[in-house]
Design a protein around this ligand. Structure first.
Ligand code: CDP
Length: 213
């Protein structure tokens, strides 16, 4: 069983996906961390993220463990991720990884919850349930600022807001696998929901899709 959770930056999709995976005892794959590792790995090695050949090589040799959690979660990593995520060859390399995970989830699990931008549209169009998670830009900015502050980062609210807006615009307008709500995805707007309410809403929708009470 595959559950696809796509949506905007800082919409809460990562937390929702993790909690939904625990609820159904499924594996969880945060595909954003793959793109973040490719982009941030290049930045750390002093490589130009506009170089498609280098970005493709980085995606083919992906080693997530080479970066710390703080490096991967930084806004710089998010921005670098959204640049390399527009390259067709980078997406093809990471697609192989994502499909292998879905076909053979680790830990003997019977399925996976996969979160990203194109899971329900490109990576696994036959997912048993699909969510598209969003929230207003201001609320997403508040959440990302809080998350980064908890990691000890010093930041500016307006800059983070501009960053998220740029990233949405790049993700929605790239020609390859743009961020797009699948026709059969449920739109979950978390603007007015705290995390508990958002997770409860996600589980209710998924139960309905799976035909469970
Ligand atoms: O956590 P946040 O929502 O800020 O971002 P993320 O899910 O970690 O993804 C970082 C960036 O990677 C996104 O802005 C996308 O450009 C890219 N990405 C993608 O293109 N496709 C995916 N399946 C996942 C992430």
């Amino acid at each position: 069983m595959i559950i696809a959770v796509d949506g905007h930056a800082a919409s809460g999709k990562g937390t929702i996906a993790k909690r939904v995976a625990a609820h159904y005892n499924l594996a969880h794959l945060d595909t954003g961390s793959l793109y973040r590792s490719v982009g941030m790995g290049m930045v750390k090695r002093g490589e130009d993220i506009r170089d498609v050949a280098l970005a493709t090589a980085a995606a083919l040799n992906l080693q997530a463990e080479a970066l710390s959690e703080d490096e991967i979660r930084s806004e710089a990593a998010g921005t670098a991720a959204s640049v390399v995520a527009a390259y067709e060859d980078v997406r093809a390399a990471l697609k192989r990884f994502q499909r292998a995970f879905a076909e053979n989830p680790p830990g003997g699990k019977t399925g996976a919850v996969i979160d990203g931008r194109d899971i329900g549209t490109v990576i696994w169009p036959n997912a048993e349930a699909k969510l598209f998670v969003t929230a207003s830009l201001d609320v997403r900015t508040d959440r990302r600022v809080l998350e980064l502050q908890q990691r000890g980062a010093i930041l500016n609210w307006a800059e983070i807001r501009a960053d998220l807006a740029d990233r949405d615009e790049r993700d929605e307008n790239r020609p390859v696998s743009p961020l797009l709500q699948a026709e059969d995805a449920y739109l979950l707007d978390t603007t007015k929901l705290d995390i508990e309410a958002a997770v409860a809403a996600a589980i209710a929708v998924i139960n309905a899709r799976l035909g469970q009470p």
